[in-house]
Every structure is written in C-alpha cells, then in structure tokens.
Design a protein. Structure first.
Length: 70
C-alpha cells in the first residue's frame, strides 16, 4: 500500500475537534461528510486503517527529520 497523506487522522480516531481553515489555490469544492457514517463504513475497515497508519508514520518521519535538523 502506498502512503497517502490524510488530514486530521488523530482527530478522527480520537474524536476531537480539528480546528483548521483553508483556501483553494485552484477551483475546488468543499464537501461535508456524515462522520458517523464515515466512521462505520471506512475508519474501522482494516484497509483504510492501514492507510491512516501509513500516513501517520510518514508524518512522524517528517517530524523526526525536522527535529534532527534543528
């Protein structure tokens, strides 16, 4: 499985707010997701969980590199 970068993995698993804002640099669309349905149908599936773990692992690696370069 290739690593994919997600946003707010920890907030999703811990069910805590993820305060953020954003702006599109190109044309785009915002969608709202029914979290309970998302959790039931995706978060607890092993394939999706593995993608989240890989994304978190990649972020930890980037953080370690940043800390070591400081």
């Amino acid at each position: 499985i290739n690593a994919i970068s997600f946003i707010a993995e920890i907030a999703n698993y811990e069910e805590i707010p993820f305060p953020a804002n954003c702006a599109f640099e190109t044309e785009g669309e915002v969608i709202f997701i029914d979290y309970e349905k998302f959790k039931e149908e995706f978060l607890y599936k092993k394939e999706i969980a593995m993608l989240f773990i890989k994304s978190l692992s990649q972020k930890i690696i980037y953080l370690e590199k940043f800390i070591n370069s400081s």
